[in-house]
Design a protein. Structure first.
Length: 286
């Protein structure tokens, strides 16, 4: 972590303020695969006079650890949009997968939305078939490198690791497929459900027709079966959220139940526009 600094004027004496220096992270942070112990030092000057410093031991987690939610001062923050950083449409393997998808003969080219919805569906199926031929198996590995006392973290393999191991959990499979779909030029999203994730693709540029895929079925199911499962899960999640909202009494703050939340649709295009870029994959050359 490179040195950060914040210089501010406190408008009211006697009032407590929180000051957050802007931290810039070195490129080497993307290479961290095992937790590293470090010490942060904070120095304070008031009206130009040094007030001392404080040290805080911290653990730098693996780049594979995605913080998808956390609590701070009794406030809950949903950060599962960070999963979009594990979608890497510029990874060299994406071009290779596209070539393999053409070899399935489901399509003769990837034309994106120049094709009709049926043609777009065939492009998506071709990618699915190519990954099936790679014999990628479902793996439920998700334990992070460090425990977060006030957060929820999941281990996510980068594309190179998932392909070389031929294993992927629901997040990794969704990010892998999303990387290819987004590269093709399709409107792509990660669909975050309670304790699970799917990938979604718009079959038309207006987003009126959505295709949802259960990526954990890559190893033992057809494309049609995975699409049917994905559609059913999303429909059930929306219906459950609708019923939960109908049960909630006006003016009463009921305890939030994650299982009753509507799916969180994480648009890759929106995340790129917001500045969430792919994590550099050190093994991309493989």
């Amino acid at each position: 972590i490179n040195p950060g600094r914040a210089e501010v004027t406190l408008p009211r004496k006697g009032k407590t303020y929180r000051i957050y220096p802007f931290l810039t992270f070195a490129d080497a942070l993307a290479l961290v695969r095992q937790p590293i112990r470090a010490t942060l030092t904070a120095r304070l000057r008031l009206d130009g006079v040094a007030q001392g410093e404080r040290l805080a031991p911290v653990a730098v987690a693996s780049v594979n650890d995605c913080v998808h939610s956390f609590e701070d001062d009794d406030d809950y923050y949903d950060t599962d949009w960070l999963y979009a950083a594990y979608v890497n449409e510029n990874h060299p393997a994406v071009q290779q997968i596209m070539r393999e998808a053409l070899a399935t003969r489901e399509v003769s080219s990837f034309s994106g939305y120049q094709a009709d919805p049926a043609g777009v569906r065939r492009q998506v199926k071709a990618v699915w078939q190519a990954l099936r031929r790679r014999d990628i198996r479902y793996s439920s590995i998700e334990r992070p490198s460090v425990a977060a006392s006030a957060g929820w973290v999941q281990h996510v393999r980068l594309i190179s690791d998932a392909l070389s191991a031929r294993q992927a959990n629901c997040v990794e499979g969704s990010c892998l497929l999303a990387s290819v779909f987004y590269k093709i030029g399709l409107e792509t999203a990660l669909v975050s459900l309670p304790e699970h994730m799917l990938v979604a693709v718009s079959l038309d540029p207006q987003g009126k027709r959505q295709l949802y895929l259960e990526t954990t079925m890559l190893d033992d199911s057809t494309f049609e079966e995975a699409a049917e499962s994905g559609q059913e899960q999303v429909a059930q999640a929306y219906e459950k959220a609708r019923k939960a909202a109908a049960r909630k009494k006006p003016g009463k703050d009921d305890d939030d139940d994650d299982d009753d939340e509507a799916p969180n649709i994480i648009s890759i295009r929106a995340m790129r526009a917001a500045g969430v870029v792919p994590i550099p994959d050190p093994n991309a050359a493989r």
